[in-house]
Design a protein around this ligand. Structure first.
Ligand code: 3PG
Length: 216
């Protein structure tokens, strides 16, 4: 895990998703998130122009630590790093994606659900995994069970995280950060309502501050 991403996520443990097929829009969404205090984001590979979006955010939004999300193949991981990705996120655990990210020197957060997958990730030398889809794969109780066994693993729950359950996930000590798309609603983006994105980001920052503050 790189030190700057780790430190940023310790301070503000929320990773929004940026999904767009237009690089200029991805830049505006990223700036709106950063204005709200969220400075680590996944640009997801779910559109034809996702790579261009990632490159634009990496080049034009220096306040954002931009990674690539929904990375399914080693080739995509390579292309993402070429485009400026500072980290790689996958929905599942793929040895080729992990090996490529390691070879390119960027952190990789593969998705896991089961103990076997966490163990596999551990044996690939990873210490952070995405827990996806968090809300339907057992939520907080599942995370607690996994983290009681894999004591050195940190988790990034994603999938069904919302303002209503963010604090519950962040209260689990093994959770490094939570990810999600609720911060970048498609209808707000379609309307060009970037203020809504900044407002949602600020709300998440405040929920995280309270959740983490209460643990101390
Ligand atoms: C992901 O790629 O991490 C998920 O699609 C996020 O899930 P969400 O849309 O429920 O936040």
């Amino acid at each position: 895990m790189s030190i700057d991403i780790n430190n940023t996520l310790q301070a503000v443990p929320v990773v929004p998703l940026v999904q767009s097929d237009d690089p200029a829009t991805a830049v505006l969404v990223s700036r709106a998130l950063a204005a709200g205090g969220l400075t680590v984001a996944e640009v997801v590979f779910r559109t034809d122009r996702a790579l261009e979006c990632l490159q634009a955010v990496a080049e034009e939004v220096p306040e954002m630590i931009a990674g690539a999300g929904t990375v399914l193949t080693a080739e995509q991981a390579d292309a993402a790093v070429d485009a400026g990705a500072r980290f790689i996120v996958s929905p599942g655990l793929d040895d080729g994606v992990v090996a490529t990210a390691k070879a390119r020197g960027v952190p990789v957060y593969p998705g896991i659900v089961t103990p076997s997958e966490v163990q596999h990730a551990h044996n690939l030398g990873l210490d952070v995994v995405k827990f996806f889809p968090a809300s339907i794969a057992g939520g907080v109780p599942a995370l607690k069970a996994l983290s009681s066994v894999f004591r050195h693993m940190r988790f990034m729950p994603t999938g069904g995280v919302s303002p209503g359950n963010l604090a519950d996930f962040l209260a689990v000590p093994a959770v490094l950060a939570c990810g999600g798309s609720w911060l970048t609603p498609a209808d707000a983006i379609a309307k060009g309502d970037y203020e809504q994105i900044t407002t949602l980001a600020k709300e998440a920052v405040e929920i995280a501050r309270q959740a983490r503050g209460e643990q101390k």
